[in-house]
Design a protein around this ligand. Structure first.
Ligand code: FES
Length: 157
């Protein structure tokens, strides 16, 4: 999803910030609003968020680059995040990633030319009991096999 910054986005961020005792505490929800509106958080929009919340630009940048929830470059329609941490790796995470690479003809860190998929590797998704696992957009998928991955991909719009 892409778009241009407008007053509606600024207003949503201000409304969100009004629910917190200090405006700067709304940094992560504000970045989420921007991520959803544009499909990424650009440097320009980092500055805008910082101005609204009274947060230095460097702190906004730190949050954007620390949390895998945010991306600084435009993503595909579906964002696939494969866990590469210990439990998932031991239980087949490499096989999961290889299968996705082949199926999508895509390397981690890249977006498909048709803009449909972005493939990434991330640290622990907090669902180690369902290893190997991944997230597609906001949805978790665990106990993955090649067949299950194929079914998930087929179910995507
Ligand atoms: S190691 Fe993959 S979810 Fe924790």
């Amino acid at each position: 999803m892409t778009g241009t910054w407008d007053e509606a986005i600024a207003k949503r961020i201000e409304e969100t910030a009004s629910r917190y005792p200090r405006k700067e505490s709304a940094l992560l929800p504000a970045l989420r609003i921007v991520q959803e509106a544009f499909g990424c958080v650009s440097a320009e929009n980092e500055i805008r968020v910082g101005e609204i919340l009274g947060v230095p630009a460097v702190r906004v940048r730190e949050a954007v680059t620390f949390y895998s929830l945010f991306s600084r470059t435009p993503l595909g329609r579906h964002r696939i995040q494969v866990c590469r941490n210990l439990s998932c790796t031991l239980l087949g995470g490499v096989r999961v990633l290889d299968h996705l690479r082949r199926r999508l003809n895509l390397e981690p860190g890249r977006t498909s030319p048709d803009g449909l998929f972005s493939l990434e590797t991330v640290e622990c998704l907090g669902r180690c009991d369902e290893s190997p696992c991944l997230m597609i957009d906001d949805r978790h998928h665990g106990f993955l096999t090649e067949d299950k991955i194929d079914q998930i991909l087929a179910s995507l719009e």
